[in-house]
Write a protein that binds this ligand. Structure first.
Ligand code: ATP
Length: 261
């Protein structure tokens, strides 16, 4: 099982504890202070600090290799990291990946990581396989189909035979079946046509309306800043800019480096 698959699967443990709805508040849901992480002694993340409030949509953008996926792995506790990490008011120091997911910090991995030869619905149900609240699972499945009607239409189709956009919807729907408090979506737009990216961005607003906070890791900076409330720019393992999505979109350096202007 790949690390990303582990992330997707362990996410399901969120079901038993995570609350489906949360109100906007100034108290950060996720608070990261001076996080450092890397691979085999090679540093990648350098003093990364960020915070996300409940019900925000926050974009994390940056070039290839900037360290975005590494940050998500560190937040999910799939790799070791030094620094302060708090989620829902609790320190995650020493917490296992499983424990982090149990608290409702759920990742949609890059590349989607679906079970190709399973139906859409069975893939979605994998997101809830540890849940014991049967009636609520059925209701959540219908909620996912309401957000992504195409998944409902194709619920019996093999996931591997779906289009890239539909597969991304399925991966996002699977994460929602775990009842996350914060969903971290890695490269949502990868390989997708702009019209599909717009559609997926619209669904992020629906997901937020359901009370789920969103951290969107994107190389499509234009799309990410169009939907996000706030954003962070990462370069070579450091946060080099942060601000409202509007401020970042209007920043000449961001425009030159990431928006082709
Ligand atoms: P992309 O948008 O291309 O996915 P990214 O911003 O997500 O890039 P990361 O995947 O976090 O960047 O990679 C950051 C750095 O860490 C890169 O230099 C990469 O080569 C390195 N890296 C990533 N994964 C590993 C790994 N498993 N072992 C060693 N180095 C790694």
């Amino acid at each position: 099982m790949t690390e990303a698959m582990q992330a997707a699967m362990t996410a399901t443990t969120a079901a038993t504890t995570a609350a489906p709805a949360q109100a906007a508040t100034d108290e950060p849901l996720l608070d990261v202070v001076r996080l450092n992480a890397g691979y085999a002694g090679m540093p990648v993340l350098r003093d990364v600090s960020l915070s996300i409030r409940a019900a925000e949509i926050v974009a994390l953008v940056g070039a290839n290799g900037a360290g975005k996926t590494t940050l998500l792995r560190a937040l999910s506790r799939l790799i070791d990291a030094q620094g302060e990490l708090r989620f829902g008011g609790r320190s995650l120091a020493g917490a296992s990946a499983d424990a982090v997911f149990s608290l409702g910090l759920v990742q949609v991995p890059e590349g989607r990581q679906l079970f190709d030869r399973m139906s859409v619905e069975d893939n979605l149900m994998m997101g809830a396989y540890r849940r014991r609240d049967g009636a609520a699972i059925g209701a959540d499945l219908e909620r996912v189909y309401a957000i992504f009607p195409r998944l409902g239409e194709r619920r019996r189709q093999w996931a591997g035979s779906m289009s890239g956009g539909e597969q991304q919807m399925c991966a996002m729907g699977r994460a929602l079946m775990a009842r996350p408090r914060l969903v971290m979506i890695d490269e949502m737009s990868l390989g997708l046509a702009p019209v599909i990216v717009d559609l997926l961005c619209d669904t992020l607003l629906d997901i937020r309306r359901q009370g789920v906070t969103v951290l969107l890791v994107e190389q499509d900076v234009h799309a990410a800043l169009a939907v996000a409330d706030r954003g962070y720019v990462m370069e070579t393992g450091r946060i080099v800019r942060e601000g409202s999505a509007r401020e970042l979109a209007d920043d000449p350096q961001v425009q030159r480096a990431y928006l082709g202007m």
